[in-house]
Design a protein around this ligand. Structure first.
Ligand code: PLP
Length: 479
């Protein structure tokens, strides 16, 4: 017989996985399997075994087969049977389970460090489970039947309507639902726009100007699509967009994080926002706006989207990866009119990326005001964390300047020249996971940003944050 899962309705402490193999009798196979489970420690001393009838039903054997097997193992001393308390594994010390100790610890890939300050994730413990479930219940109850059929590649109209209102209200985006295409996040948007390895190209062609510091993962998506990226230097006002006109290539598109440069942390200066749109108008160019954490601005009014300056020259991309969770995989492109059909065609005839029930749930979350409420709550929480970080540094490492703190879920700690790599190592030694600015640098960037540590302050659970800050402060280079 193949394997079977054995469950007892009674409390036996654990499900039994018994494999009745071999060509002998069922009785012998069951005795062997149970003996093996006790010997290996899988069935601990005192564990109550299922009654004959339920184990027999689960294994597809006769009740007497189980009774005989139990009796045999009681006689051998492996099991005990007492009136009223059923059959249990004998209390005598079972030989310790044989555990093979690997010679080397398995590669700790993706294992989180004890103090997780690597930027990238919002606080997973704050996902609004109750609000999401309630929104899903309302949305799916009201959904028309066609919501459960093959989906429209533009995305559900309910979500596109909700997003058009929300983005206009919260981010200053000028659009209507017909210009919005739902996707699974920014990474997906990049693949739709530029194609994937072997796809023969996307809607747009390279070369593409990108900020000299940015997410390597996004550069690798572009590399895979054979799109050449050209680094645009940064200064304290953000990307030096005035250098676009002189770029050879010719460069017709630029990817920017205008609300909060990723990862150095400042907003694009208002004059540069206007200048990049002018460049796009005069060079038949396009600005790709990655608004990855635009909702989280702390010290002033939110910096609105560049898209609002010229919806025909800017592709605006957002997602719920920072505001809700990167696990939801929902995002959106707000497109100039001339690109809508091409992007929808690139998506394919049917929705293959974004679950329609999740789209409806997000639409309901936004329409009911719960999304705004969640963002406001998280903004307060992250602002508090940022303030704790700033206060801890002021107390324990006043020689370290912290920048990029007006927005987002990470800050940059400026370090003395030449100390970044050793500071990252020292942090690791103290159990603190974080990255230096160098790991975000475009390989062809000519200018180098000052040394700095990128501290993601949203990731640790609430109870672990203070300890993470203590460890960080201990790890920082002395004055
Ligand atoms: C710079 C930047 N852009 C965009 C995103 C969002 O990516 P996605 O929507 O694919 O999860 C992230 C990560 O959350 C990011 O760090």
């Amino acid at each position: 017989m193949a394997e079977s899962w054995v469950n007892s309705a009674e409390r036996i402490g654990a499900d039994l996985h018994l494999e009745l193999s071999g060509s002998g009798s069922r009785r012998a196979a069951l005795i062997h399997a149970l003996r093996d489970a006790v010997r290996s420690g899988r069935l601990a001393p005192g564990t109550r075994l299922p009654p004959y009838r339920s184990l027999a039903a689960d294994l597809g054997v006769a009740r007497n087969t189980v009774a005989d097997a139990y009796a045999e193992l009681v006689a051998e001393g492996w099991l005990t049977a007492r009136q009223g308390s059923g059959t249990r594994v004998a209390e005598r010390a079972a030989p310790p389970p044989r555990v093979r100790v690997p010679k080397r610890a398995p590669a700790a890939r993706n294992a989180p460090p004890p103090h997780h300050l690597i930027q990238g994730q919002p606080d997973a413990g704050s996902f609004p489970r109750t609000a999401w479930l309630a929104a899903a219940r309302r949305a799916l109850t009201a959904a028309p039947n066609d919501a459960f059929g093959p989906g429209d590649p533009r995305g559900r109209i309910e979500l596109r309507r909700a997003l058009a209102d929300y983005l206009a209200r919260a981010r200053g985006v000028r659009t209507d639902p017909e210009r919005i295409v739902v996707c699974s996040g920014f990474a997906h948007a990049l693949r739709l726009l530029f194609g994937t390895a072997g796809s023969g190209g996307g809607v747009l062609r390279g070369p593409l100007a990108v900020e000299a510091y940015g997410l390597g993962f996004h550069r690798s998506i572009l590399d895979a699509a054979r799109v050449r990226t050209v680094p645009l230097p940064l200064d304290e006002h953000g990307a030096r967009v005035e250098e676009l006109a002189a770029m050879t290539g010719p460069v017709r598109a630029v990817l920017l994080t205008p609300a909060h440069q990723f990862p150095t942390g400042g907003p694009l200066h208002p004059e540069r926002r206007a200048a990049v749109v002018d460049w796009a108008r005069t060079h038949s160019g396009l600005v790709l706006e990655d608004d990855y954490d635009g909702e989280f601005r702390y010290d002033r009014e939110p910096v609105g989207a560049v898209q609002g300056l010229d919806p025909e020259r800017v592709v605006y991309v957002g997602s719920v990866s920072k505001s809700l969770s990167p696990a939801v995989r929902l995002g959106w492109l707000v497109l100039p009119e001339h690109l809508v059909d091409a992007v929808v065609t690139a998506k394919g005839e049917r929705e293959a990326w974004a679950s329609a029930p999740d789209q409806l749930t997000l639409a309901e979350l936004i329409e009911s005001g719960q999304y705004d409420r969640h963002v406001r709550r998280m903004r307060q929480r992250y602002r508090r964390r940022r303030d704790q970080l700033v206060a801890a540094l002021a107390e324990h490492a006043p020689h370290i300047t912290v920048t990029g703190i007006a927005a987002g879920l990470h800050a940059v700690l400026r370090l003395p020249p030449g100390t970044e790599a050793s500071a990252v190592k020292a942090a690791a030694w103290h159990g603190v996971g974080l990255e230096g600015l160098a790991s975000y640098r475009h390989p062809a960037a000519t200018a180098t940003a000052p040394d700095g540590l990128v501290v993601g302050y949203a990731t640790p659970p609430e109870h672990a944050y203070a300890a993470a800050l203590d460890a960080l402060c201990r790890a920082l280079p002395p004055a």
